[in-house]
Structure formats: structure tokens, C-alpha cells
Ligand binder design. Structure first.
Ligand code: IPE
Ligand code: IPE
Ligand code: MG
Length: 253
């Protein structure tokens, strides 16, 4: 079985066009609960297993030359879950940030937290800041961990910043809004992946996802690996991104 997997991985890798790697991949890591339920385990075990998956995917994306990966780990809506699960998720997120710091740094990765940080436990924000500062000059992929993140909240927060800076209505442009999002240097999301078969984007990257290619897979997040990422990348490379134009115009470029 392992041999088959290796053969599959190698043949998918051969199909991949290194010139068409998306600069920014967003992943809605869904299905931890169902993964656990189908094995008679607690939802928390599912989240633990899901957290383990992150390493494989981040490392592989970095090796392929992906510049940004945004991982949706906790939405503004997820506070509505049972408080036991919310606390467990917050503990897991904090533990993940601390545990993975040195390995991520060794791999040359950068680290950023995206979301309403002022509503998070200060300890999580502090640990994230340590990682961000430690890795800020690294050359590799930027891991953008989205916690207490909502696409609408991000736009609302941008509008507040703009008003506080004193801009007038006729000065509002798309560039100005983009420049006031969380981490304005992040580019648009090229490829948005959602695991677990749900076909919705659940308030993820609304602004930067305006022209994302969407890829939905029934695979549950704890089962998602480098082979699954390769499948998503190949699907992406087979799309024609027209940005409002027609095929013939693109062929000219
Ligand atoms: C995704 O898995 C993780 C978070 C939203 C934090 P879920 O916990 O949503 O898993 P399902 O959808 O219940 O299977
Ligand atoms: C989306 O998953 C949020 C994250 C993966 C963090 P959910 O499982 O919370 O999404 P919905 O509510 O089912 O759309
Ligand atoms: Mg879910």
C-alpha cells in the first residue's frame, strides 16, 4: 500500500507544472469531528489528529515554492460550539504554536496570525508574536494561521481603520481597503481548498478570495496529506483563470 502511494505521489508530482504553482493557498480544514466520530473517538481527538496534519501540508507546500498558506483553524462563528470544545481548541492552538516553532523556523517558514486578536487569550497572541518575530526574515512560505478569523470581520475592521485615519468617501478605493486588511502584504488567494465534502466557504477570506479557484474534496482534514494537496494543485493548474476576460484574450499573453 505504501508503495502504491509512493508511485501515485511520484506520478502526480511529474504532472505538476512548476511554473504554475499558486502563490497563496487557503485551506478550510474541515471534518475533524466526523473523522473522530467514525472511529468512535472524541471530537477533541479529531482536532489533535488534524493539528498533526498541518506539518505535512506546510512542509510540502514550502518545498513546492508556495509563498503563502492560510489555514482556517478557528472562525469567529466557532465560539458558538460547546465551551468544552472551544477551550480544547484554544489549548491545542497554543500548544501547536509553541511546539512547532523551532521546526518551522528550521524550514525557513514565516508565521502570521490572522483574525481579531484582541478577543483571543493574550497568551496565544504573545506566543504567536514570538514566532512571527523569530521567523520574520525567513525566505520561505508564510504560514498564516487564521484564528478568530471571519472574512466579514476583517472587512469591518479595515473600514474602521480607514475611518479612524480620516479618509473621506471619495478617497475609498479597493486598494485602500486591501491596504487595511490584516497583514496587507498578503496577496489574493489563488486556490481555496475545503476538505470534508462541504461546499461552502464559511466566511473565509472574503476579500482576498474574490477570484479564488475553489477545490472541494470529500477527504476529511485528518486524512489530507501531500498526495491530496497534489491533487488539488493539479485541479488548479487545469483551470482557466479568466478574470472576466475570454479565452482568446488569454491565449495571446
Ligand atoms: C474543523 O473540523 C475544525 C474546526 C472548525 C475548528 P470540525 O470540528 O468542523 O469537524 P466536523 O465538521 O464536525 O466534522
Ligand atoms: C469552518 O468550519 C471553520 C474552520 C475550518 C475553522 P466549520 O465546520 O465551523 O464550518 P460550518 O459552520 O460547518 O460551515
Ligand atoms: Mg465542520
Amino acid at each position: 500500500m505504501t508503495e502504491n502511494r509512493e508511485t501515485l505521489r511520484a506520478s502526480l508530482l511529474k504532472e505538476l507544472d512548476p511554473a504554475k504553482i499558486p502563490a497563496h493557498i487557503g485551506i478550510i480544514m474541515d471534518g475533524n469531528g466526523r473523522w473522530a466520530k467514525s472511529r468512535g473517538k472524541s471530537r477533541i481527538r479529531g482536532h489533535q489528529e488534524g493539528a498533526r496534519r498541518v506539518k505535512t501540508v506546510v512542509r510540502f507546500a514550502n518545498d513546492l515554492g508556495v509563498k503563502h498558506i492560510s489555514l482556517y483553524a478557528f472562525s469567529v462563528e466557532n465560539w458558538a460550539r460547546p465551551s468544552f470544545e472551544v477551550s480544547a481548541l484554544m489549548r491545542l492552538i497554543r500548544a501547536y504554536i509553541i511546539r512547532e516553532r523551532n521546526d518551522l523556523h528550521a524550514e525557513g517558514v514565516k508565521f502570521r496570525l490572522l483574525g481579531r486578536l484582541e478577543e483571543l487569550a493574550p497568551e496565544i497572541v504573545r506566543q504567536a508574536q514570538i514566532s512571527t518575530e523569530l521567523m520574520q526574515n525567513n525566505p520561505g512560505l508564510s504560514l498564516n494561521l487564521c484564528i478568530n478569523y471571519g472574512g466579514r470581520a476583517e472587512i469591518v475592521d479595515a473600514v474602521k481603520k480607514i475611518i479612524n485615519k480620516g479618509y473621506k468617501a471619495d478617497q475609498i478605493t479597493e486598494e485602500l481597503i486591501a491596504a487595511n486588511l490584516y497583514w496587507p502584504e498578503l496577496p489574493d488567494v489563488d486556490l481555496m481548498v475545503r476538505t470534508s465534502g462541504e461546499m461552502r466557504t464559511s466566511n473565509f477570506h472574503l476579500w482576498r478570495g474574490a477570484y479564488s479557484e475553489l477545490y472541494f474534496t470529500p477527504v476529511l482534514w485528518p486524512d489530507f496529506d501531500d498526495v491530496e494537496l497534489l491533487k488539488a494543485l493539479l485541479a488548479y493548474q487545469n483551470r482557466e483563470r479568466r478574470f472576466g476576460m475570454i479565452s482568446e484574450q488569454l491565449a495571446k499573453n
